[in-house]
Design a protein. Sequence first.
Length: 165
Amino acid sequence: MTLRADAQRNHERVLDAACECFAERGVEVSCDEVARRAGVGHGTVFRRFPTKDALISAVILRRIRDLAAVADAALGEPDPAEAFAGFFREAATAYARDRALVEGFGSCVDAPEVTAFLDAVSRLVEHAQDAGALRRDLSADDVLALVPAASRYPAVILDGLRAAA
C-alpha cells in the first residue's frame, strides 16, 4: 500500500524519532515521548505502528538493514582482513550508540532482514577465513556475540579473532 506524501513523511518522522529515543534511553521510552519528539499526535504513532512492539521492531530492523549494507559493502573491499575489521568496528560502534539494538535484537530474530544480515555476516566471516585473516573456529553467530563487548575493546577482540600467523 502506497502512503500519501504527508502520511509517508509522518511515518518517517515517527520512525526517526523512535530511533533516536530508543537509541538514547532504550526500548522503555513511551510512545508519547516518541510522538512528542516526532512532532505528531499519539494517534499518528499508532496509525503507523499498531503496537509499541511493532514500532520497536521497525526501529531494530532499520538498524539491521543498515548493518547488513555495511557487511555487504565490506565484501567488495580488496583486503578481506581490513574489510572484516572495518565491519566489526562499525557494528561495535552501532551497538555502543544504540541501546535498542542491545535490548531489542532478540525480538526480531525471525524477520527476513535478520536472516539477510546473518547471511551477509556469514559470507564476510567465510571470506576473511578463506583469506587466512580470521580464525577458522568462528561462526557469524560467534562474531556477533562479541560485537557488544567490542565497543569498549575493539582492538583486543579483533586481535583475538585473527588467525594464527
